[in-house]
Design a protein around this ligand. Structure first.
Ligand SMILES: C[S@@+](CC[C@H](N)C(=O)[O-])C[C@H]1O[C@@H](n2cnc3c(N)ncnc32)[C@H](O)[C@@H]1O
Length: 234
């Protein structure tokens, strides 16, 4: 199968409608990513087919959960995962891609401009600083490969509205990590976590989405300074 065919058939497992424009935009993003990766550390993946499976089809598993007409924050987006593929696949949802590294955000702004995307913004900031002016202002937060749930929840959950949720992408065997974060969830205003398993199409890797519903306001003191979050996780 070509990468285009892999993308189309893989995306169909998560989305009822897959347009030519979605595939074109994802393939353009992949080309920009691999080109820039030659001069900047963006991803360990170097083959176009692996960008399709390891990045795009993995991130596409979140697409059915995106709030139509809502706002989604990607915490620690790096080279744009999962936020950029989701912005391409979910044009009715607005995305903010957040990262502490300026060069990665500069790259994402180039991608946004080249593809002409109007539902996504890339912001250079640390999550704990961005939270000061963005409390409870997103319908959902998403994140992949940034930190342990105890730390990550403190970074992401303060920015989610009550009634919204945080969807964390994790390895399939994350049950212990979820249990270990029970106290953090309670303190931050999260209700019962839900684990959703999926298999990445054409890759076969088992993964999990941890869905954390926000049921009450996060106390103002969170998030704390990053050093404090790290040295004394909730
Ligand atoms: C391992 S990369 C993962 C990138 C991407 N989410 C992925 O799955 O490919 C972790 C990213 O999180 C960012 N990061 C870590 N802590 C952060 C914080 N407190 N605020 C914002 N970004 C953060 C780093 O700069 C880095 O780009």
């Amino acid at each position: 199968m070509t990468d285009r065919e892999l993308l189309y058939t893989g995306l169909k497992e998560f989305l009822p409608e897959v347009s030519e424009k979605m595939i074109d935009d994802l393939l353009k993003f992949s080309a920009l990513l691999l080109e820039k990766n030659k001069v900047m550390n963006l991803t360990a993946v170097t083959e176009p087919t692996e960008v399709v499976t390891r990045h795009f089809l993995d991130c596409a598993a979140l697409a059915p959960h995106m709030p139509q007409g809502g706002r989604v924050l990607d915490v620690g987006t790096g080279a744009g995962f999962p936020g950029m593929p989701l912005a391409i696949l979910c044009p009715e949802t607005e995305f903010v891609l957040l990262d502490a590294l300026r060069k990665r955000i500069d790259f994402l702004n180039e991608v946004i401009e080249t593809l002409g995307l109007t539902n996504v913004t890339a912001v250079h900031a640390r999550a704990e600083d961005f939270a000061k002016d963005s409390r409870a202002s997103f319908d959902m937060a998403v994140s992949r490969a940034v930190a342990d749930l105890r730390t990550l929840s403190e970074l992401a959950v303060p920015m989610v509205k009550v009634g919204g949720c945080f969807l964390a992408m994790k390895a399939a065997d994350c049950a212990e990590e979820v249990q270990g974060a029970a106290h953090a969830f309670e303190v931050l205003g999260i209700g019962g976590p839900e684990m959703l398993s999926y298999t990445v199409p054409h890759d076969g890797i088992e993964r999990a989405l941890v869905r954390l519903p926000k049921i009450s306001d996060t106390p103002e003191k969170y998030p704390r300074r990053f050093k404090k979050i790290q040295t004394a996780p909730l």
